[in-house]
Design a binder for this molecule. Structure first.
Ligand SMILES: Cc1ncc(COP(=O)(O)O)c(C=O)c1O
Length: 477
């Protein structure tokens, strides 16, 4: 390894080199088996005599930290794992912008798989077509795939933008062509880009309450004044929107986390409200590819006549969240700014991954995977809904839903769902409450039951364990 050694300081040159190497081995930066640079090379780099370096090495060999191998070089010796703490410079706390002084915790911190995983949001990673995806990515890592050695287009790979436009056109009725699409790292980056180009400090952004915490927190981090707007049986209550909202973030196909669709009437009302207030609407359509019953309503993007809807899509549910793939479809007036924001933020999404995804879509692998997963999730959805009706009637009232990877159920009066969820965790059942997504705002009491990550044959046992956590009776009092 190319170890960092300087000659700063005082005293014998050889001793200075010795000390730095000693520290690097002791604190674990250099690990057993790693090779040190040849004495000649390090001496040349430091402009000292070879003997000066050799002396330092010899001392470390004598102390058992390094070992010479004839004809091969000098290596860090095997020995007890060295973990002496290495101290980063410390000092007075540095001044952060106000929002970051209490940073929001990530919702999706990796954790071990619980035996019965009803956490909302995760797709079934065991059923992803890894071999096909690997082949497509490998193909894009051949030298011939790199026709350009410089950076790619910030808006995304041309083939992928066209494939995405076709895919959402067919699957969701979104009206777009390739030029309208900007490829992002997940839906989250799409929200970030829109926020960056629209939110002036202190501007009002309206979000659903309960809603998707990462969106709310992101807008706040960009300096917005974020206002939660209630959701009822028809979705976001348009009449409760703050008059000054410049941006409205909604999940109309499958409200997160309540799971119901926004009614056609409310969609029309939201669009005409945005028109009258000169506001922009972000439509986050994160998981509606999975639909089990009924006819999907037209997306806001399709109903929008005034060019005020930004449609945001994600490949986190239909593929894997870890791939970080998503996109936005924006009205023409926002596109140059969004493209520039993408460029300033991270130049563009990795080209090989984008090209592989284009082939994944064009080769119908994505639609085949979605069809397969829809059948799978439909079976799980049916099991969950049946069990809720059969066994939980005294405690929970399911919210009707026919799409996505989770259903919500409201607590009947007096039922303590937080306690039930805590108890369930002790029995290997991971499940989240609605209040978890409400950030202390006016979220109703209830549970969000995700079935993306739990195989259908484990659903019944998982819910049986959950049921036991509610005790024998129904509502208290
Ligand atoms: C409402 C909502 N939007 C978007 C996403 C996906 O975000 P991303 O594409 O950044 O993974 C999720 C995932 O849980 C979600 O619940």
């Amino acid at each position: 390894v190319d170890v960092h050694v300087t000659l700063e300081g005082r005293g014998d040159l050889s001793v200075r080199i010795y000390r730095q190497l000693f520290d690097a081995v002791s604190d674990g930066r250099l690990r057993a088996g790693e090779q040190l640079p040849p004495t000649r090379e390090l001496a040349l780099r430091l402009a000292v005599s070879r003997n000066t370096v050799a002396l330092a090495y010899e001392r470390l060999v004598a102390e058992g930290l390094l070992e010479g191998r004839v004809g091969a070089g000098t290596f860090v010796a095997d020995g007890p794992v060295r973990t002496r703490a290495r101290h980063a410079p410390s000092g007075a706390p540095l001044e952060l912008r106000r929002f970051w002084r209490t940073p929001p915790g990530p919702l999706g911190v990796p954790s071990a798989d619980p035996p019965y995983d009803f956490r909302a949001g995760n797709p079934d990673r065991h059923l992803f077509p890894y071999a096909a995806w690997r082949r497509l990515v490998a193909r894009e890592l051949r030298p011939s795939a790199f026709r350009h050695t410089d950076y790619g287009d910030p808006a995304g790979h041309a083939g992928l933008r066209a494939a995405v436009a076709r895919h959402v056109g067919v699957a969701r009725g979104v009206r777009a062509d390739a030029d309208d699409v900007i490829v992002t790292q997940g839906a989250q980056q799409a929200l970030d880009l829109v926020g960056r180009v629209l939110i002036e400090p202190g501007a009002c952004v309206a979000v659903e309450s309960p809603g998707y915490p990462p969106a709310r927190q992101l807008f706040r981090s960009l300096g917005a004044r974020v206002v939660g707007v209630p959701v009822d049986g028809e979705g976001l209550v348009v009449s409760r929107l703050p008059r000054t909202a410049r941006l409205v973030y909604v999940t109309p196909s499958h409200q997160f986390p309540l799971g119901l669709p926004q009614s056609a009437r409310r969609r029309a009302a939201l669009l005409s409200w945005a028109e009258s207030r000169n506001a922009v609407v972000i439509e986050d359509d994160y998981d509606s590819e999975f639909r089990f019953a009924g006819r999907p309503l037209d997306p806001l993007q399709n109903l929008d006549r005034g060019g005020r809807v930004v449609y945001v899509g994600s490949f986190s549910k239909v593929m894997l969240p870890a791939l970080r793939l998503g996109f936005l479809i924006a009205p023409a007036s926002l596109r140059p700014a969004l493209r520039a924001a993408k460029w300033l933020t991270d130049a563009h999404a990795p080209v090989p991954t984008q090209a592989a995804l284009a082939r994944f879509i064009d080769g119908a692998l994505l639609s085949r995977h979605i069809r397969r997963m829809s059948r799978e999730y439909a079976a799980r959805h049916a099991r969950v809904v049946a069990a809720l009706g059969r066994d939980f009637g005294a405690f929970l009232r399911p919210v009707p839903s026919a799409a996505g990877l989770h259903v919500a159920a409201l607590a009947r009066p007096g039922v303590d769902v937080v306690r039930a969820a805590d108890r369930a965790a002790e029995r290997g059942v991971a499940i989240r409450t609605l209040s978890y997504f409400g950030e202390g705002e006016d979220a109703p009491d209830g549970l969000v039951i995700g079935y993306g990550a739990i195989p259908v044959e484990r659903v019944d046992e998982g819910l049986r364990r959950l049921r036991a956590c509610f005790g024998a009776g129904g509502a208290r009092g």
